[in-house]
Design a protein around this ligand. Structure first.
Ligand code: BDR
Ligand code: CA
Length: 324
């Protein structure tokens, strides 16, 4: 069983990843921290509570609000992809009795900052806690800056970020999470903690089409099916216009799958560097991923291949609560 802390900026695909993690018996989500990214951190925290509200939980993981601004660069958000509220505008939906269709979970927010909760959880589960990072890496970098030695007690960091052999999704060369806070990504890659990366190159291999989703949720009236349909719609429309298919990539769900079903994934050891300065290349991740190359100083294992069909089937079955 993996004890994990999820650092997140929900985000439609973050929501799918959180649901997947919460429904996975191989995983225990001990805590979640939020960060500015897809949306500002206050909205991200609201969104997280809305996601937790979908689940019938008797006990909540610990939740803390994290950093509002990247280390150096001004914040760049992605509301044009995820909807104005970051969750496809589901926060604006109401029932006929006037109550919100997706209410916030009645879950306390910790008095600790995201950074301090990360350090506290490492303390609680030394050499056991896995940090799963689904947004810009600001909180994690700040935790490293605050107590680098302490962070060595993390078992590993599994993150969605970067792009190596394809075009980026913000600029030609950069993926969103690394683009938003490249200085933080640099700190994380050079932290000395084992880092596992799911870059765009593999998350692009898993497309959830609108057609597939419709087939899966057809005839179902449960709240998760409804949420899946309603929260992904704006994002799918964006994809239809700008990416070329009606659907979406479920980027942030991949790090969860890497923990629960590692045999779906193939990775290579690499020395990953981040461009923090370039005018045209800010946030670019650079590494030689050729399998035949011997790397003397790897700082990360980078996922290069996923069994897309197996992963997508597993993902849908898990979050829609069928057996797999
Ligand atoms: C990443 O960017 C965000 O918009 C998604 O939530 C994901 O974490 C993909 O590049
Ligand atoms: Ca994200």
């Amino acid at each position: 069983m993996h004890r994990i802390l999820i650092d997140t900026d929900p985000g439609v695909d973050d929501a799918l990843a959180i649901l997947l993690a919460m429904k996975s018996p191989e995983i225990r989500v001990e805590a979640l921290t939020t960060v500015s990214g897809n949306v500002y951190v206050d909205q991200a925290t609201d969104n997280l509570l809305r996601i937790l509200g979908l689940l019938d939980l008797s006990e909540f993981p610990i939740v803390a609000k994290g950093e509002a601004q990247p280390l150096v660069k001004p914040l760049v958000k992605a509301e044009h992809v995820h909807g104005e509220d970051g969750l496809g505008n589901i926060s604006k939906l109401y029932m006929s009795d006037g109550n919100p269709r997706y209410p916030l979970a009645k879950c306390d927010i910790s008095q600790l900052s995201g950074v301090d909760l990360i350090l506290e959880m490492v303390d609680r589960y030394p050499d056991e806690l896995v940090l799963v990072a689904l947004g810009p890496l600001t909180n994690i970098s700040k935790a490293i800056q605050k107590d680098r030695e302490h962070m060595q007690k993390l078992k590993s960091i599994v993150l969605m970020g970067g792009v190596f052999s394809e075009y980026g999704n913000v600029t030609t060369t950069a993926e969103f999470n690394v683009f938003v806070d490249p200085h933080a990504a640099h700190d994380v890659f050079n932290s000395g903690v084992p880092v596992h990366i799911a870059p765009l190159d593999v998350t692009h291999q898993v497309a959830l089409t609108g057609e597939r989703l419709n087939t899966e949720v057809q005839g179902r009236t449960d709240i998760i099916s409804r949420f899946l349909k309603e929260s992904t719609q704006a994002c799918m429309e964006f994809y239809s216009e700008h990416v070329g298919f009606y659907g979406l990539h479920i980027h942030d769900a991949l790090p969860i799958g890497m923990l629960t079903h590692p045999h779906f994934f193939q990775s290579v050891e690499a020395y990953v560097q981040v461009e923090t300065e370039g005018n045209l290349t800010s946030g670019m991740t650079v590494a030689d991923l050729r399998r035949e190359r011997r790397i003397d100083n790897p700082n990360a294992s980078v996922c290069v291949e996923v069994d897309s069909d197996a992963f997508l089937n597993y993902f849908l079955n898990r979050i829609l609560h069928k057996q797999i």
